[in-house]
Write a protein that binds this ligand. Structure first.
Ligand code: F6P
Length: 513
């Protein structure tokens, strides 16, 4: 197998590098060939997302060679294992059943996901129905995968209206929790403690402080206001949460893939079960696309092929994502964890070293703000940065349509400018005003940004991350890289550890030694 992989890479490396201008000139049907849509039923017919990779350097020859690579890496076999509920997280001996939480996977896993969703739905309806008294606020306490998905989805989907006002608190820095306290009335606030392990120090410390805040502010039974979202239900009960308010999820759902499980509770509480289920349905449409399409026709794989091209054949160390949509302001943060915690590895699943660079560093922001901040580097800097643009045809605002028209025009203009280049000087000769061009971008153009589309966008990136991992033979489902720092922090707290002079000096200076 590895000989076949090496042969596929050698073939890829031997292919000529053509500029974007040359590629467009050579193929009049390029836009159609490099674009695709993923659709699902919407209110007025099919709705979905258009993906356009024509402004990347992918062409038919590259795609064919990359398809050989995908075959050599047994992409179809790995995908079947993932969706069949088999062990794909080999270092921890676990399956990765997040697609089953939205209805695609092994029948028993799907059934379990449905039962857990129904349980969550009952609690959400009970809270909306007033069974816990008047509840206007939820402080959702979690970190990493237990916070980033809920924060993104709540922020994206509640710009018009939130049924319950949700505050996601992750940082152990008390400033974050105090900010949430200041925004909430303790008499009408519930607390969600979200932790897969129910041991994470930041979450457990923040949760204890939140209970103390309720008690100090006249709530007679603070623990009666707590909901636990966890894969360790026994630990939540031990901590004092009543079993009826523990919403479990399977161990096989990874933290950064857990938005679809009970970790999505704050989203359901804020937008209602109907929209939460719509988010799952949008994700499911992508799961089905991912399951049913092979080669470059599989758009999640195609995105990964572009990622591999830029990381491994063009030496790009970063990839940027700019959402031309204020509602997706937290998407880059979400994608950073998804991609960098999944594929930021230096060994393959079998323990041998990875041959080349792995996860690109994911970064980004929102347009048009980012244009006035970081786009200078994209257009004229020395780094080649592949860019993803994400936008919605339907506006999120109700103001003069000029707002949205200017937003979209800028989005498309940036992609065009990155590719075309030119010189802004009157005589066309000033090097400071020269744009080299030939800089790649892909565009994801959503018909609308509703709950289903958000689900689809996130699931697309999950499968893109998985496809990248397969192409690099990495296990994307563990994250041992976060452990050493955690252990050292514990050692310091326990007064132990053998630390270097710099760290000892810092601890002494801060009064912690
Ligand atoms: O430290 C990394 C990590 O394990 C993430 O993968 C995870 O999402 C986060 O911590 C939170 O973990 P938990 O949900 O168990 O509190």
């Amino acid at each position: 197998m590895s000989d076949q992989i090496a042969t596929a890479w050698n073939r890829l490396k031997a292919l000529p590098q053509r500029s974007l201008q040359e590629l467009f000139a050579a193929d009049g049907a390029r836009v159609a060939a490099l674009s695709g849509r993923i659709e699902w039923p919407g209110e007025g017919g099919e709705t979905g997302i258009l993906f356009d990779w024509s402004k990347t350097h992918l062409d038919n020859e590259l795609l064919a060679a990359f398809e050989d690579l995908a075959q050599a890496c047994d992409f179809a076999g790995h995908r079947a294992k993932l969706l069949g509920g088999e062990i794909v997280n080999v270092t921890e001996g676990r399956a990765a059943t997040h697609p089953a939480m939205r209805g695609v996977g092994d029948a028993a896993d799907v059934e379990e996901g449905e039962a857990l969703l129904a349980r969550m739905g009952m609690l959400v309806e009970a809270i909306h129905g007033g069974e816990f008294g008047e509840i206007n606020h939820l402080i959702h306490i979690g970190i990493g995968g237990s916070a980033l998905g809920p924060a993104l989805a709540v922020d994206a989907l509640t710009r018009d209206l939130a049924l319950v006002d949700v505050h996601v608190v992750s940082n152990i820095d008390g400033v974050a929790l105090e900010e949430a306290f200041a925004a909430c009335n303790p008499a009408t606030t519930m607390i969600a403690v979200a932790s897969k392990t129910f041991t994470t120090i930041e979450t457990m410390t923040n949760a204890a402080s939140a209970l103390k805040w309720l008690a100090e502010n006249g709530v007679s039974d603070p623990s009666g206001r707590v909901v636990a979202l966890t894969a360790s239900p026994e630990k939540a009960v031990e901590w004092g949460v009543d079993e009826t308010r523990v919403l479990p999820f399977p161990e096989s759902v990874g933290g950064r893939y857990s938005l679809w499980s009970s970790i999505g509770f704050p989203v359901a509480l804020a937008v209602g079960m109907e929209d939460f289920v719509a988010m799952l349905a949008g994700a499911r449409a992508v799961d089905e696309h991912f399951r049913d399409n092979d080669g470059a026709a599989n758009l999640c794989l195609r995105a990964a092929l572009a990622d591999q091209y830029y990381a491994r054949l063009r030496g790009c160390q970063t990839r940027a994502c700019f959402a031309y949509d204020e509602r997706l302001g937290l998407l880059p943060d979400y994608l950073q964890q998804l991609e960098m915690e999944s594929n930021g590895k230096r060994v393959k699943a079998d323990g041998s070293p990875v041959a080349g660079p792995t996860a690109p560093i994911t970064w980004g922001g929102v347009g048009t703000d980012a244009q006035h901040a970081v786009f200078q580097l994209l257009h004229q800097g020395t780094h080649l940065v592949p860019v993803d643009f994400i936008a919605s045809i339907a506006p999120g605002d109700g103001l003069d349509p000029a707002h949205h028209a200017i937003l979209l025009t800028n989005c498309f203009a940036q992609g065009a400018a990155l590719m075309a280049g030119g010189n802004m000087a009157k005589d066309g000769k000033d090097p400071a005003r020269a744009f080299p061009g030939d800089r790649p971008s892909a565009t994801m153009l959503c018909d609308d940004l509703d709950a289903a589309t958000l689900g689809a966008l996130i699931a697309f990136h999950e499968h893109r991350t998985f496809a990248n991992a397969v192409l690099m033979q990495i296990n994307p489902f563990d994250q041992f890289g976060v452990e050493l720092g955690k252990k050292m922090a514990k050692d310091i707290e326990a007064g132990g550890g053998d630390f270097d002079p710099s760290t000892q000096g810092l601890l002494a200076r801060a009064g912690l030694a």
